[in-house]
Design a protein around this ligand. Structure first.
Ligand code: NAI
Length: 724
């Protein structure tokens, strides 16, 4: 118990010594406590690491220090290596890392090899480099809720401070592979069961117990474990090799275009086969290459762009504080409404769910009850008077939505935020019958709404900045990545990805194989090709969206008859078990030779002959033809001010459409290819296949002047250009 412990108060004259970003305090018990102080998450910048090394060296030299405890200030051990040391996004350019990587590896080595025992006291989080420092200590004490993990692979690099060697030796190979390859942290509780953590305690007792633990090691009452040389958890070589073989196959399948997961597995294997020093050496040799790779550059861009989405001119720069949203109401408990309700209740928002189906008898009582167990179901507006946010997700029908917003204005209080989840309808049209146009905003979720990260917040010229700030706050609280965009058909995401299916439909009429196009896109890194996506969304929605586009962007719509022909035979996508693929085995999509009949009809109706040149295209060329059109539309979205900055479209493409993050997002990738190349290709195809491919003026201007597409805006300020 505590009373038996030596009092941890300071020895006379042993005041806290602050060296750079760590602080050392030596107690009368002879324990030096080194605290990392680098708010907000005690990230390990080069300064912090140098100061840690300095304080640590002093603790080793001092005769009055018997043992050492490392901890973090403010309830967080460390969020990991300071990512800003890798460089930042400046004018769309990523600076390459400035860090002397080897010095850090040596630091963890020094920590472990020390002559005085060292214990990590972990609260809050120990991620990346933070966990690697903790693993180099001789014991770890943690709170049950602390997050421990090595998420480096998310940034295109691998754990560089010994984590590849120490983690498998502490938690066994399979678990360590899962933690590293999936960048998946675990809680203190699980870490304790696995042996990564030696004891669990509440925050209040953490440092106190860690001091005692360190002294116990000193007095040989507890083992002095150097995890780099632990072997008891390692599987026999043959078994380990099998596990690694399986991991390699899985990494190749899940991320075929990525090299760094394989480099990570190689380093782990080297450590197991030839010893941890050889493993570390392998990490060191590959680290520089990974740090300078396009993958790392792209993933860093995504990291910084995600943060930048919260900076919205004309809203977040006005010094507004988000209002408290306590109660949320959702209208419509269908596919989207129930997903949105789930996202809300998972973040502890009480939800009122208003449905109409029970009355209509379309939804079974049982299904409705299930939904009700999560939320409070209502059939009228009676309880809407104290609701702070309404999200309407009823069927896509203008008249119904107009009526609903007029009703909401009557029943809700005057500050209630009135949001719609419409995917195509102009917000001004929806709000036509209300006076509260300043409270109307789009909250466009993506299906399935409780899973997909993106939330497109759509503002009109009337939406008040306060409402935007409120919804941004809710979006963050329900763990979404919100981007704020202007009002137009399809908003930013659906609009820029409309050509994804359009161009594919044209190529099929011109003779290309449906499955070849899908394969090319998935090999590029998309979760599904345009045809598999159309099956998932359903042809009904695809046609309705097409009609909206036809009304607004006539010259850019390819009027293929393929989908309408299939619909005539009730072939409407995955829901009907038949679309471009057949779905005999629940969700498994299998190519279906029957579609040839429809394709041939569609081709003859289009009056086109197969283009032999097109048939010779490689998968890479097919990807270009599909995505250059997406880029063209994304450029228009930027030029019209629908998006505030190019990096928002990168985030939107990744979190809304599954564009591969390791390519940096649609616009970042476009600049990697080069505006001029894209422009010239589109011009060439426009001459051959028609205006459908014509490059827009934004792209043409940038291509001619050699200006990157992501450098935006070119002439006016972002807020000045923003079209609402
Ligand atoms: P859904 O048909 O699955 O659900 C609509 C629900 O609204 C039904 O349960 C219906 O009974 C209910 N409803 C109809 N009238 C109502 C009323 N007066 N009061 C209360 N409930 C009423 O449709 P889904 O797919 O959930 O779409 C809803 C909205 O979300 C649409 O505006 C759609 O454009 C939009 N959206 C759909 C996406 C998708 O992938 N399905 C993605 C993003 C937005």
């Amino acid at each position: 118990t505590r009373s038996l412990e030596p009092p941890p108060e300071r020895a006379a004259g042993a005041m806290a010594a602050t060296k750079g970003r760590t602080q050392m305090e030596v107690g009368v018990d002879g324990v030096a406590v080194i605290t990392v102080c680098n708010p907000p998450v005690n990230s390990l910048s080069v300064d912090v690491l140098l100061s840690l090394r300095e304080n640590y060296g002093e603790a080793l030299r001092r005769n009055d220090v018997k043992a050492i405890v490392v901890t973090g200030k403010g309830g967080k051990f460390s969020g990991g290596f300071d990512i800003t040391s890798f460089g930042g996004v400046q004018g769309g350019k990523i600076e390459q890392p400035k860090v002397g990587y080897i010095s850090i590896d040596i630091l963890t080595d020094t920590l472990e090899a020390a002559t005085k025992p060292l214990v990590a006291a972990i609260d809050g989080l120990a991620l990346g480099g933070g966990l690697e420092v903790a693993m180099a200590c001789h014991a770890r004490i943690s709170t049950p809720t602390a997050q421990l993990g090595l998420p480096e692979l998310q940034l295109g690099i691998i754990p560089g401070f010994g984590g590849t060697q120490r983690l498998p030796r502490l938690v066994e190979l399979t678990k360590s592979l899962e933690m590293m390859l999936l960048s998946k942290p675990i809680k203190g509780e699980e870490a304790h069961q696995l042996g990564l953590v030696d004891s669990l305690l509440s925050s209040d007792d953490l440092v106190h117990t860690a001091r005692r633990w360190a002294l116990d090691i000193c007095e040989l009452k507890r083992p002095w474990i150097k995890s780099l040389y632990k072997t008891d958890k390692l599987e026999p070589l043959g078994e380990a090799r099998e596990i690694l073989k399986f991991a390699r196959a899985q990494a190749r399948r899940q991320a075929a275009n990525l090299e760094h997961p394989l480099v990570c597995i190689d380093a782990i294997e080297e450590g197991i086969v030839s010893g941890p020093r050889a493993g570390l050496w392998k990490v060191f040799n590959s680290t520089c290459g990974l740090l300078f790779s396009d993958t790392c550059k792209n993933l860093l861009h995504v990291f910084f762009s995600q943060r930048a989405t919260s900076k919205v001119p004309g809203a977040t720069d006005l010094g507004l504080t988000p209002r408290k949203i306590t109660k949320v109401a959702i209208l419509g408990g269908g596919l989207m409404g129930s997903g949105i309700a789930t996202a809300m209740i998972l973040s502890n928002y009480p939800v009122l769910l208003k449905e109409s189906r029970v009355r209509k008898g379309k939804m079974t009582e049982e299904r409705y009850e299930k939904a009700l167990s999560l939320v409070t179901g209502v059939l009228d507006y009676e309880r809407f008077k104290d609701v702070d946010l309404v999200i309407e997700a009823v069927i896509e029908n203008v008249k119904l939505k107009q009526q609903i917003f007029a009703d909401l204005e009557k029943y809700c209080h005057s500050h209630c935020v009135l949001a719609t989840n419409t995917s195509t309808i102009d917000l001004n049209l929806i709000g036509e019958k209300t006076k509260s146009k300043d409270r109307i905003v789009g909250a466009h979720f993506f299906s399935p709404a409780h899973v997909m990260r993106l939330l497109e917040i759509v503002r009109t010229q009337h939406t008040s900045p306060q409402v935007v700030v409120d919804l941004l706050d809710v979006g963050n609280k329900i763990k979404k990545t919100p981007i704020v965009v202007g009002n137009c058909t399809g908003f930013a995401v659906n609009r820029m990805f409309f050509p994804y299916t359009q161009s594919a439909l044209l190529f099929v009429d011109l003779g290309m194989d449906v499955y070849k196009i899908d394969r090319a896109c998935t090999k590029f890194g998309m979760p599904m090709g345009p045809f598999r996506l159309a099956d998932l969304v359903g042809f009904g929605v695809a046609v309705a969206t097409g009609m909206q586009y036809l009304e607004n962007f006539q010259e850019r719509v390819y009027k293929s008859m393929l989908i309408p022909l299939m619909m005539e035979d009730k072939r409407t996508g995955e829901a009907s078990r038949k679309g471009f693929y057949k779905y005999e085995d629940k969700r498994k999509a299998t190519p279906d030779p029957e579609i040839m009949e429809y394709i041939e009809k569609s081709r003859s109706m289009a009056g086109v002959k197969p283009d032999t040149e097109l048939l010779k295209l490689s998968e890479k060329d097919i990807v270009s033809m599909v995505f250059f059109l997406v880029i063209n539309e994304a450029c228009r979205v930027l030029d019209e001010g629908i998006a505030v900055k190019a990096s928002d479209l990168d985030i939107a493409s990744i979190f809304g459409m599954g564009f591969p993050p390791y390519r940096g997002g649609i616009m970042f990738w476009a600049d990697f290819i080069g505006a001029k190349y894209i422009h010239d290709k589109l011009e060439e195809w426009a001459k051959r296949y028609g205006d459908f491919f014509k490059p827009c003026s934004y792209l043409a201007e940038r291509a001619a002047k050699g200006i990157p597409l992501t450098r935006f805006p070119s002439s006016a300020s972002a807020s000045g250009r923003l079209r609402l």
